[in-house]
Design a protein around this ligand. Structure first.
Ligand SMILES: C[S@@+](CC[C@H](N)C(=O)[O-])C[C@H]1O[C@@H](n2cnc3c(N)ncnc32)[C@H](O)[C@@H]1O
Length: 273
């Protein structure tokens, strides 16, 4: 069941404050060491995505106890609900979301996956070929500057990369504006991402799991300690579901609803332009 978004109370100032400080960094990078540090925080991930994690898919399955598959399927259902003609999987990675969409979509659906890691895209292409989905377009590009006209996609999906685009990311507003631009009026943007449990016990369990299993064990297994430490920290401190609603509404989406999974460790947001 989906929940209507409520405005986020305590951290309601986040969007304004963070936007201000993030852009301040862009104007005065050398005068503001704190902001420089803030901008650096998402860089280890870029390196990791460029180097390609041979074990990336496997680690995803393991660290989420395979729950990620169900969450992705819930996103696929929302994306395909109104039989869209043109779909984008933003930050497609190894195309885990896109291939599930391809399997369920009608035959003539135009499917595109975009990512800035050529190596991730190569794995995605190979997986698509193996599964005989030759018609998918894989595009190397940046989510901040996409090679698509305005009002282009009926539906855009993003799985486990929205945090990367928005958490302490100085380009947060650029990404949101760009996503809104390429979404058709009446089209939707569907996000599956980690979230923040409300219940105190769940929150404590989630935080410990992130710190130990993802931060420490994931870091060791992947060989990318800094990146997995970042993943764990960003998940523990990411926006609440209502704060994500505020971000999306701030970017111009008219209606936003969300649904939590497993006590709030993940959330599915649907924003309509
Ligand atoms: C955590 S992975 C998620 C991949 C995939 N969506 C999934 O469900 O497994 C994040 C992906 O986002 C991509 N990415 C991050 N920032 C990006 C940007 N600004 N533009 C394009 N791709 C980006 C990375 O290269 C990586 O493949």
């Amino acid at each position: 069941m989906s929940t209507d978004c409520k405005s986020a109370p305590a951290r309601g100032t986040i969007s304004n404050f963070k936007i201000l400080t993030s852009n301040f960094y862009l104007l005065f990078p050398y005068l503001c060491p704190l902001m420089t540090e803030q901008a650096k925080q998402y860089r280890p991930l870029q390196k990791m995505f460029m180097e390609v994690p041979g074990r990336y898919d496997l680690l995803n399955r393991m660290l989420t106890w395979r729950f990620d598959e169900n969450w992705r399927m819930a996103a696929v259902k929302k994306i395909l609900k109104d039989e869209p003609d043109r779909i984008l999987d933003l930050c497609t990675g190894t195309a885990d979301l896109l291939l599930r969409i391809a399997k369920k979509a009608k035959n003539d659906t135009d499917l595109t996956g975009l990512d800035y890691s050529r190596l991730m895209l190569e794995i995605a292409r190979q997986k698509a070929e193996r599964k005989k989905f030759e018609k998918i377009n894989f595009i190397h590009g940046d989510a901040a500057d996409m090679p698509f006209p305005d009002n282009h996609f009926d539906a855009i999906g993003i799985a486990f990369a929205f945090r990367n685009l928005t958490y302490k990311n100085p380009d947060q507003q650029k990404f949101l504006k760009e996503i809104h631009r390429v979404t058709k009026t009446g089209g939707k943007f569907v996000i599956i991402e980690t979230s923040r449990p409300k219940n105190k016990l769940m929150k404590a369990l989630f935080n410990s799991y992130m710190k130990i299993a993802v931060g420490k064990i994931g870091g060791k297994m992947s060989g990318h300690k800094a990146a997995y430490r970042y993943l764990a920290n960003s998940a523990r401190n990411f926006y609440t579901a209502n704060e994500v609603c505020d971000l999306l509404k701030g970017a111009g989406f008219k209606t936003v609803t969300y649904r939590h999974f497993v006590g709030g460790v993940a959330a599915l947001h649907v924003a309509v332009k």
